[in-house]
Unconditional design. Sequence first.
Length: 409
Amino acid sequence: MTADRSFIVGAWRTLVDDDRKSAALVVICALTTRVLAAVVLPDQSALLPDAISYREAAAHLAAHWRIDNPFEMPLYPLLIAITGPGYPQLAADIVLSALTALITRSLALEIFKDRQTATIAGLAVAFYPPLIFISVTGLSETLFIFLVLSAFLFWYRAQFVAAAICAVLAILTRPVLDAAAPLLVVYFAAVIHRQSAKQTIRHVLSYAAIYVALMSPWWVHNYRAYHEFVWLTPGFGTALYAGNNSLNHSGGGNIGEDYDTTAFDAIRDPVARDRALRDAAINFIWQNPGRFVELAAKKFVRMWRLWPHHPGYSGMTAMVLTFLSITPVILLASAFLLFLMPPGMLMRSSPILLFIAYYTAVHMIIVGTIRYRLPLEPFLIMFAAATVADVIRRLLHDRMESEGLVEAK
């Protein structure tokens, strides 16, 4: 038994110390789990209508170079239009999700400077059920998570041009990063990398130039579609109204249950309708500040709950699997952040913590659901991996100490 343990420990150390083997194992495990999920899981589009919306938007984009759905950003429908729906789209999502596991490993290595933590983080993402599930459902989260993690990896490496490209592409997938990205550029340059004011300004200007270059085709598309300038989509008002109206008591965003827009149906222009919905939501918040705070708290709970709220995933299997996936991650990540984080690591980790706080706050204002939490979970997995790595080191040290291989304290 001792020989077996020694072999396992030796094999693990060899794997951790060999970057190529570690990276290859992460990618192979991620691809394997996702291909198996694609084979085993039935089509989820009946429960997740957004998957159908993306395919319809892609078909319309391919035929007319226009997206009619006012709630969708263009990049994921463009990806589907390029690959084609069905198996090619599925294959693209699986590859992106597998690469996300690899990027998580690289990002953890960049932050913690510890190969063991990085390997554990990459493998955890490779085997993490919620990320496996979302990779085979045809939703934009897979692409968005890949791009956000890539942006953070490049920011940590002070590669600001590459980070800007990934960040803007993430915005073109889901617009939630739009307000945070330029602030993150400043924070990484001035605080994390301690660059001069001149360098920081140069990075901001570079980001702005890349932002304009990549967003311009979308702005042209919107002007042709709506005959006026639309920054992102004419859908923010609906999202804000969904979470802030007299009908909403749960913090959710289910039409007919949490909100009803039929009173605005007479407004035919999508942009004018969006403004009217936005103004109605702001008016509700202004007149009902206590209710707004109450709903924000409910949205926070919905977003961070440990099991699904969606009625289609309220069965015992889905609830137990989700609970057993996220609970250890939150507990282990909390243990690292509260008790095990070494001096100086808080500053290094602060961009991620600030992003988690910002992202959560955005969904406390609009709508909260655990699906929207998913882009944050790879970050939490990295902190959880640091706890696991610390425990492994302590156990190995105690074992070596008991065998007289190291001096007892």
